[in-house]
Design a binder for this molecule. Structure first.
Ligand SMILES: Nc1ncnc2c1ncn2[C@@H]1O[C@H](COP(=O)(O)OP(=O)(O)OP(=O)(O)O)[C@@H](O)[C@H]1O
Ligand SMILES: [Mg+2]
Length: 642
């Protein structure tokens, strides 16, 4: 099932005045909100006015709960459960209420989120709860797993908010592949089976998000955050797998230095935030100005944010933009710009596509085939029954009954098959009574179309046999597919367990690294480490010395020239046989190489006087020439004596 050309939904929310704004005498003479006719009118200094119309417009009186219900987000959740991707993103200037709308938490003195009032909960916690309520309603044979990821894009770097090891620079890499388009590499994906599990991850991730204060907002998000829920539904009865994605985005707001008063590093943050939002606006403008079927370059790749939002804006997801504005006159320019881009976004068409697992497609096709064959089988059975009755009747009655056979529903494809049957009958022996009966029946047909309908019970039963066999085969392959799916389920569980274990190991390693860093920085006891380093250095020096000695030895010893071909990849025995003249060469010295006798891998040498032991770097045995040759033979036969 595909629904084409679904417009991005755009709604506007105007936040109320904050206490401090009321106290300082802020006013609203510039914006008029009309929720009934879903319009917002803005007035310029010169009293010119511009009216904007949206899917919904919410004034400052609207509560979080009413907002959720009026947006009909439960319908969106149903779509996600059906296998469609969906994105909700909040857009607007700094301090306009994006985070309030998406999260709804309060922030303590340390700028960490705290839940003080359940009624203030934003769209994200509500959507998560709603998602799991819908999952609960699903039939028992469908098993759902929700994989949760949470990232922030801060100064064009991507950080995994759910992995403490990845919240510092350099961050994670953005990759691209043809199936998934853009994706974040090495991102933690937490399998969750309840709303609480997702919300626990979300809350711990929120604590890692970068928030700071400036003149326009005491709890300003300094990064764009993307919470993604990948939903996987596995049907244990049919073996089908359905996947979908719900992406919930809280953008950082566009900022003006005049409003924020930011300086230094905060100013740099503002510049980066504005850069990514600039690209987002460019993407929106390009898509909005494109005519149907027109190809145009859309600068998705210009920022990480737009790369990751590609499927949501102008792609294959359902998408809802919540444009947030503040009622203050000082927000006039930002509000006007936000409303203009929201209007443009409303012109963008996405093409939501239901994600179907390729296996599910095959199963569907097989089912269709089984259904068709069942239908044919039913027809064939009817025909056989009637014909069996006809065979024993007198010719007159046969003619009447055959007319009834004629009335059986017959598809064009069946007619072709019947033609084939007829040619089979023609090949039957003329003395066959069945052939005679079929021909009698055939001659009584008056209708030209059915004159091809050869009525041999023998052939029909053969056909019937084939059909039954085919159905059986299909059922078997269906069963096999189910087995494969159940195997996959088990594998998936094992992988999940492994994943969690790896994550834990990763965590341990991270902790160890941090501990080591601390020691190196002098925070911990460094004497043990120093002595280890000293030992390693000594070991290294020893190794270097040994290498030097070996090289020296290599240069000074007279080596029997060895034909490369002779050494190359031969067995020890062959090499020994090939060098029988060894005791006649003077002075004698033979390279003893590794077990493949590759001269490049030389590891030692034997002379008539001594056997050099590279490991101890000495010539411990003072041997006679004959003894040395015996030792050499042994080495060549058995390998080095260590
Ligand atoms: N609908 C609302 N009702 C009550 N208070 C609100 C509402 N919307 C926003 N606020 C308050 O306004 C202030 C700014 O809101 P918020 O932090 O959500 O803005 P923002 O758009 O996320 O800003 P930034 O882009 O800087 O992150 C907060 O103190 C928040 O509690
Ligand atoms: Mg915010």
């Amino acid at each position: 099932m595909e629904s084409k050309g679904t417009r991005i939904g755009v709604v506007v929310r105007v936040r109320p005045f904050l206490n401090k704004e009321l106290k300082s005498g802020c006013t609203n003479d510039r914006i008029e909100v009309n929720s009934d006719d879903k319009t917002i009118t803005v007035f310029s200094d010169q009293k010119q006015q511009k009216r904007f119309e949206f899917d919904e417009v919410f004034d400052e009186s609207i509560s979080q709960e009413v907002l959720y219900n009026q947006l009909k987000l439960d319908n969106l959740i149903k779509k996600v459960i059906e296998g469609y991707n969906a994105t909700i993103f909040a857009y607007g200037p700094t301090g306009s209420g994006k985070t309030y709308t998406m999260e709804g938490y309060d922030y303590d003195k340390n700028l960490k989120p705290v839940l003080r009032d359940e009624l203030k909960l934003g769209l994200i916690p509500r959507l998560v709860k709603n998602l799991f309520e819908e999952i609960k309603k699903a039939p028992k044979h469908i098993e759902y797993t929700v994989y949760c990821t949470y990232i922030q894009i801060y100064k064009e770097n991507i950080y995994d908010l759910l992995n403490p090891a990845q919240i510092k620079p350099p961050g994670l890499k953005l990759r691209w592949n043809q199936q998934e388009e853009f994706y974040v590499e090495n991102l933690f994906m937490h399998p969750c089976y309840s709303a609480n599990e997702v919300l626990n991850h979300y809350n711990s991730g929120l604590k890692n998000r970068i928030t700071s204060s400036h003149n326009a907002n005491t709890t300003s998000s300094r990064s764009h955050s993307l919470l993604t829920l990948n939903i996987e539904a596995m049907d244990s009865e049919t073996g089908s797998i359905l996947t979908s994605r719900l992406q919930l985005v809280d953008l950082a707001g566009s900022e003006k230095v005049s409003q924020t008063g930011n300086e230094g590093s905060a100013l740099k943050e503002s510049i980066e935030i504005n850069k990514a939002l600039f690209t987002l606006r460019q993407v929106i403008s390009t898509l909005a100005s494109m005519r149907d079927g027109e190809a145009s370059f859309v600068p998705y790749r210009d920022s990480k944010l737009t790369s990751l939002l590609k499927p949501s804006i102008g792609g294959n997801s359902y998408c809802l933009m919540i444009a947030c504005i503040a009622p203050l006159d000082s927000f006039f320019d930002d509000n006007l710009s936000t409303l203009a881009y929201a209007t443009k976004a409303a012109c963008i068409s996405n093409e939501p596509i239901k994600n179907i697992d390729p296996k599910t497609k095959v199963i569907k096709e097989l089912r269709k085939e089984v259904k068709r064959l069942n239908f044919e089988l039913k027809l064939a059975n009817q025909q056989i029954m009637m014909l069996t009755e006809i065979v024993n009747l007198d010719p007159k009655e046969q003619a009447t009954r055959l007319k009834e056979v004629e009335k059986l529903p017959m598809k064009a494809e069946n007619l072709t098959r019947i033609q084939n049957l007829r040619s089979n009958i023609e090949s039957m022996s003329p003395s066959s009574p069945l052939k005679w009966q079929s021909q009698t029946a055939y001659s009584k047909f008056s209708d030209a179309e059915f004159s091809d309908f050869s009525l041999s019970p023998e052939i029909l039963s053969e056909k019937l046999y084939d059909s039954v066999k085919m159905i059986r085969d299909l059922m078997n392959s269906n069963k096999k597919l189910k087995d494969v799916v159940s195997d996959l389920t088990q594998q998936k569980r094992a992988l999940e367990a492994e994943n969690i274990q790896l994550q834990n190991e990763n965590q341990d390693l991270q902790e160890k690294m941090e501990a080591l860093e601390n020691i190196v920085k002098g925070k911990g006891n460094s004497s043990k480490i120093n002595s280890e380093i000293w030992m390693l250095q000594k070991e290294r020096e020893g190794l270097i010395k040994r290498i030097e000695l070996l090289e020296k030895e290599n240069k000074t010893t007279n080596v029997v020239p060895i034909n490369k071909g002779e050494w190359g990849w031969k067995s020890k025995r062959t090499v020994l046989r090939g060098r029988k003249h060894i005791d006649t060469v003077k002075p004698l010295s033979v390279v003893v190489s590794d077990r493949h006798y590759d001269p490049r891998n030389t590891i030692g040498r034997v002379t008539p006087k001594a056997v050099y032991r590279p490991l101890t770097q000495d010539y411990p045995i003072d041997m006679s020439k004959q003894e040395a040759i015996n030792t050499l033979s042994q080495i060549l036969m058995k390998g080095m004596p260590y």
